[in-house]
Write a protein that binds this ligand. Structure first.
Ligand code: OFO
Length: 164
C-alpha cells in the first residue's frame, strides 16, 4: 500500500470538501446571475471549475496509488446573500477553512511518513496561498467601493475579465 488507510480516508474527505467548494461557488454564481452582476458570476464560475479540478487532482492521486475513491453527500449551498461584499467575505472565510483542512492533511502525511501524499499535497499548500489572496483582494476592493453603484459596476467589469 502506497498510502495508509488513515491517509486514504483523509484524502477522500478532502475530495468531498473540494466538491463542496465548487457547489458553494455555484450557489454564489446563481445569486450573482439573478442580481445581474455578470462579471462576478463569471469570476465565481471559473472559481467553481477550479474547485472541480482540485477534486480531480486528489481523485487521480487515489487512483494512481491503486486505491478506491469514496464519495460522500454534498451540503446544500446558499443562493441568497446580502450583497457582493457578503458573498466574497463568505468565500474568503471558506478558503481559510479549506487552508486549515489542507494543512491538517499535510501534517498527517508528514507524521505518518506518507511521502507520496506529502509530495502531492505540497501543490495544494501553495494553491491555498493564491486562493485566499484572490478572495481577500476582492473583499478589499468591495470594502473600498462601500456599496456605491458606479464602483460596483467597475469591479464587476474587472472580475468579468478573469481567464480560465
Ligand atoms: Fe480548492 O481551494 Fe478553494 O476551496
Amino acid at each position: 500500500m502506497m498510502i495508509s488507510k488513515k491517509m486514504l480516508d483523509a484524502i477522500n474527505e478532502q475530495i468531498n470538501l473540494e466538491l463542496n467548494s465548487a457547489y458553494i461557488y455555484y450557489g454564489m454564481v446563481a445569486y450573482f446571475e439573478a442580481e445581474d452582476y455578470s462579471g462576478m458570476a463569471h469570476w465565481l464560475n471559473i472559481q467553481a471549475k477550479e474547485e472541480l479540478e482540485h477534486a480531480q487532482r486528489l481523485f487521480d492521486f487515489v487512483n494512481e496509488v491503486g486505491e478506491k475513491v469514496t464519495l460522500g453527500a454534498l451540503d446544500k449551498p446558499s443562493v441568497d446573500y446580502k450583497d457582493p461584499l457578503d458573498v466574497f467575505k463568505a468565500g474568503l472565510e471558506h478558503e481559510k477553512f479549506i487552508t486549515a483542512s489542507i494543512q491538517k492533511l499535510y501534517e498527517l502525511a508528514k507524521s505518518e511518513k506518507q511521502y507520496a501524499a506529502e509530495e502531492m499535497l505540497r501543490w495544494f499548500i501553495n494553491e491555498q496561498v493564491e486562493e485566499e489572496n484572490n478572495f481577500s483582494h476582492i473583499v478589499t476592493l468591495l470594502e473600498r467601493a462601500a456599496g456605491k453603484s458606479g464602483s460596483l459596476m467597475m469591479i464587476d467589469g474587472k472580475l468579468g475579465q478573469r481567464e480560465e
